[in-house]
Structures are given as C-alpha cells and as structure tokens.
Design a protein around this ligand. Structure first.
Ligand code: CP3
Length: 351
C-alpha cells in the first residue's frame, strides 16, 4: 500500500473514523487566488493551463500551499472529454464554455465516439502523474469527470443554458438519440476515470451539475441509470487500497435515497438541504460531502466559523463526513475566508 501522511479524506469517504473532519473545496484552485491569476496569465488561457501538465500541476498545488486542506483535486475541466470527442471547446472571456461544433444533427450524434484517454486526453494523464509525484504522499489526489447527462447538456446546447431547451427537446422527442449520446459518453467517462486511476488518482468524483434540471422520472432515465453504469465499471482497488468514488448531484437532494444505492461510496450535497436530514435519509449506506453555501465565505470570519459549525453539528458525531462547499468557490471569495473556514472545521468540537 502506498504511503500517505494524511489519509483522512479517503477514510471518511469509506465511513471509517478520522481524527478530525477532512476538508477540501470544489474549485479550490482558481481565480480567487492571485497566484492562480498570475499562472493563468503566463499560460495565456484557461485551456492552455489545463493542457500544459507542468502548469496544471502548479495551480493544483497553490491552494495546498496556503491552506491545510486534506485533498488535492486535479486541475482540469469536465468539458475536456467532449473536446476530445471533436466538439471544439473554447472559452470566450467572461462568457463561460462554448463548443464550436455542438451536436445539432442526427449524423453528428451517430458519429460520436469515445476517445482513447491515453491518446486524445494524454495531457490529463500526464498532469495526474505529475501532481501525484509532486504531492509526495502528503494528501490524496482526486480525479474527476462530468456525468453523462451534464456533459450532454453542454454538447447539445453548445454552452451554458438557462432552460435546457435543446437538450430536453431532444430527450423527449428523440429519446433514441439522447440515449445514444449518453451511452457513448458513459463509455468515455468510465475509461477516462479508470485511466486517471491508473495514472495515480486515489479517489474519483463525478459532477452531475445539471441533473437537478430534470424531473424525477427524467433523472432516473437520463442521469441515474448512467451513473450506475459508471460506478459498475470503475476500478475498485489500486496500490492495495480502495479507490472511493463520489457522485455530486447539484439539486439532487430529492433523489438521495436512489443515489445512495447507485454504487458510489459518497454523495456530494449542495447547500439547499440540511446535512443531518440528508444523513437520516442515506443512513450508513454512503458518506456525505458538503455542504456549506459558498456565499457564506463573503461574511466575516466569525460568521464563517459559526456556519461551518452548524454544518458539522447537523451531520453529527458519526464517521463519513467530508466537509466541502455546496458548489464551487466563487471567484470573488477573499482567501482569508478560506483560511478561517479550514481552521474552523479542523478545530471544531461536536456539540
Ligand atoms: O475543483 C477544482 O479545483 C478542479 C478544477 C475544476 C474546474 N472545473 C476548473 C475550472 C473542476 C472540478 C471543474 C468542473 C466543472 N467544469 C463543472 C462541474 C462543477 C460545477 O461547477 O458544477 C462544470 C459545470 C464545468 C464547466 C465550466 N468550466 C464552467 C461552467 C466554467 C466557467 C465558470 C466560471 O466561473 O467562469 C468553467 C471554467 C473553469 N473551470 C474555471 C476553472 C478554475 C474558470 C477558468 C478561468 O477563467 O480561469
């Protein structure tokens, strides 16, 4: 078994006891850090940063140099997979992600193929290996991918969407084509995550950011069914250790019980639901990760500490909690708030 100085994060995901509640933050490397903005400027763009392993490694480590975080997460993006499928990812300044060739016609959908992660996504595997070496066994490295449904939203809409008009129209009028996109993407994501594990990722997380846009029946059919397939296809052990898997379903509070039996070890929770209530629903079936409202980090340190305490007390004195935000950290967050949060979580004593 490879040595880790701090394996609290991996243990908590498997609901084993830990000396204190581990914490990491979604988007912990990013624009709220001046050193990230500096490296990004040097790279020329966000995508160049993702595609240059040495720079991706550098920014992955930046938040760990500042804060006592219990895990590192690969610096990349969920949209690298559709990019490798030929859709042409680009980021227009201040506009979010866009695809040059979104899926609009039947033949484009029929031609879709899963990329070989060791060829088209080689730069990601190189980044994973380089980050693992640089971490030197200090904390575990998380690999990640988007869920098939969330990726399909971007692939069909061509970018961010307020109402998911195009992708939902496709799902309800041509379910055959929708399922074809989801099946190919599931194959792509499973192979991509397994390649990250092979390259050194010690836990993996699937982001289902837009699952919450679906109805319950739609969620079962278009998202959960494919999450189950991914979980079933993931490498279970590597380097003599379990590789825990996390599913983050934004807006998924309503479907926690179904998610708890989908083959994931832990569920990421957004901030809308009380984490104690979530725990009562899932019981001992899965660990939970979350779920502070990222906006709390705009308040003074004593409010940050009090709100973090509220989440920790709501979860209660059981094993199986990884502290996180309910969604990615905002670019407007003062770094001092993050320092206050990490300190508060690590020194918290259960009420
Ligand atoms: O958590 C981490 O630190 C790892 C890195 C990471 C990024 N994106 C970096 C990033 C991860 C895990 C993601 C996941 C991701 N990307 C998701 C799922 C999580 C979620 O937020 O719901 C989604 C939907 C995307 C797609 C995406 N990428 C969007 C919508 C944007 C624009 C958002 C914005 O704030 O402008 C991106 C760009 C992006 N991905 C940035 C970062 C640090 C900002 C890039 C920059 O301008 O420097």
């Amino acid at each position: 078994m490879s040595h880790l100085d701090n394996d609290s994060f991996l243990r908590a995901l498997l609901r084993e006891p830990t000396p204190r509640t581990p914490i990491w933050l979604m988007r912990q490397a990013g624009r709220y850090l001046p050193e990230y903005r500096e490296t990004r400027k040097r790279a020329g763009s966000f995508l160049a940063l993702c595609k240059t392993p040495a720079l991706a490694c550098e920014v992955t480590l930046q938040p760990l140099a500042r804060f006592d975080l219990d895990a590192a997460i690969l610096f990349s993006d969920i949209l690298t997979v559709p990019d490798a499928m030929g859709l042409g990812l680009c980021f227009a300044e201040g506009e979010g992600p866009k695809f040059e060739r979104p899926l609009t016609r039947e033949w484009e959908i029929r031609n879709l193929a899963a990329p070989d992660p060791c060829l088209e996504l080689r730069y990601v595997m190189d980044a994973v290996a380089e980050i693992r070496r640089a971490l030197g066994g200090s904390v575990p490295l998380i690999g990640f991918a988007g869920s098939p449904w969330t990726l399909a939203c971007y692939m069909v809409e061509g970018g961010a969407s307020a109402d998911y008009h195009k992708v939902k129209t496709l799902a309800y009028t041509r379910p055959d084509l929708m399922h074809h996109i989801l099946a190919v993407t599931t194959q792509a994501v499973t192979a991509y995550l397994n390649a990250q594990i092979e390259s050194g990722a010690q836990a993996v997380m699937v982001f289902d950011s837009w699952g919450g846009a679906l109805s319950e029946a739609g969620y079962q059919t278009f998202s959960l069914a494919y999450l189950r397939q991914i979980a079933a296809g993931l490498t279970r052990e590597r380097e003599g250790r379990r590789v825990p898997r996390i599913a983050f379903a934004k807006g998924g509070g309503l479907w926690l019980e179904a998610l708890a039996t989908s083959g994931f070890d832990a569920l990421g929770l957004d901030w809308t639901m009380d984490i104690g209530r979530a725990r009562a629903l899932v019981g001992d079936r899965v660990a939970l990760q979350g779920n502070l409202d990222p906006a709390v980090l705009f308040a003074p340190p004593e409010v940050v500490a009090a709100e973090a305490g509220r989440v920790l007390d709501a979860f209660g004195p059981h094993p199986g909690h990884v502290f996180n935000l309910g969604h990615g950290i905002s670019q407007h967050t003062p770094p001092e708030s993050v320092a206050a949060l990490v300190e508060a979580v690590h020194t918290h004593r259960q009420k």
